[in-house]
Design a protein around this ligand. Structure first.
Ligand SMILES: NCc1[nH]cc(CCC(=O)O)c1CC(=O)O
Length: 313
């Protein structure tokens, strides 16, 4: 390992590269003699840009090709936004390390900044391709006109200007990483817009049998974030949801207790099912499944059944 270069696979978007560079420099600080190289990999989600995410279907749009490179031995490590990683990994790979979560909130970039969601102009046009964001915004503000918005962060900011939208929804973590914090016109607190599963955390994926890589990564693992993300992903897995369903979840470790809030919504915002559970920190996966079961019994089964039915037709 000391002679050979350590290869990190990443998507080529500016945000993905920032994240991979961050992991690279963290590893080099921890292991000064380590030679690290970034390998850019295009994923299906990067290739197909003219179709709304919700219509492409399939899970792992932003990770599959990178996982194949790991399995082939072309790279030693994959850096992902955790929220893009499906709940089921291919055999032979593991998410060895979850980094400390950055700001988990969604936010609005606005043509004219506002103090509250309620202050947006009547009928304001807002861009997002996320069903989760669409549903929650429409639930609070049924008058909003939501338009589809694909592409990386820079593309979306440009489209917002070009199309004269009143605003777009983006993850605060991504905007801050790219140095766009001053573009944030309004933070959406989790009580108003529950974040995507694992939003703000990075997942470092490697081969299960690659002990040398495990040792290199160990110091980057953030156990508190990992427990939160475990609860959120167990919730998502029980609902069989990917990033294309209006499902949200946010867990917080407070002292030694984990509080998980989960949500399933109708895309038009007409119905939002939301509940919370707390548990001891070592029961993260159980609480995620339990919360999903509660929502399924309260009608989430109906909402998701209709959605999955549509997706297949
Ligand atoms: N779906 C793309 C994506 N994946 C992760 C982030 C933000 C960074 C993060 O959540 O860690 C974004 C952009 C966005 O949703 O605005």
């Amino acid at each position: 390992m000391s002679q050979q270069r350590f290869r990190i696979g990443t998507r080529a978007s500016r945000l993905a590269l920032w994240q991979a560079e961050w992991v690279k420099s963290s590893l080099q600080q921890l292991h000064p003699t380590l030679q690290v190289e970034l390998v850019k990999i295009q994923t299906e989600g990067d290739r197909i840009l003219d179709v709304p995410l919700a219509k492409i279907g399939g899970k792992g749009l932003f990770v599959k090709e990178i996982e194949e490179a790991l399995l082939d031995g072309r790279i030693d490590l994959a850096v992902h936004s955790m929220k893009d990683v499906p709940t089921l990994l291919p055999p032979g790979l593991e998410l060895r390390c979850i980094t400390e979560r950055a700001d988990p909130r969604d936010c609005l970039v606005l043509a004219a900044p506002q103090k509250n969601l309620a202050d947006l102009p009547q009928g304001a046009r807002i861009g997002t391709s996320s069903l989760r964001r669409r549903a929650q915004l429409l639930h609070k503000r049924p008058d909003l006109r939501i338009s589809d918005m694909r592409g990386n962060v820079d593309t979306r900011l440009r489209k917002m200007r070009e199309e004269g939208l009143d605003g777009i929804v983006l993850a605060a973590a991504g905007l801050k990483r790219l140095g766009y914090e001053e573009h944030i016109g309004l933070y959406l607190e989790p009580k108003d817009c529950l974040p995507a599963i694992a939003q703000g955390a990075l997942g470092l994926e490697c081969r299960i049998d690659d002990k040398a890589t495990h040792a290199l990564l160990a110091p980057l693992h953030h156990p508190a974030t990992a427990m939160e993300v475990t609860a959120e992903r167990a919730f998502l897995a029980r609902l069989e949801g990917g990033c294309q369903v209006p499902v949200a979840g946010y867990a917080q470790l407070l002292d030694d207790r984990l509080e998980l809030t989960g949500l399933v919504a109708r895309i038009d915002g007409s119905e939002v099912l939301k509940d919370s559970l707390t548990c001891p920190a070592d029961e993260a996966a159980e609480v995620g499944r339990a919360l999903a079961d509660i929502l399924l019994r309260c009608g989430a089964d109906q909402i998701l059944g209709e959605l999955y039915g549509q997706a297949e037709s």
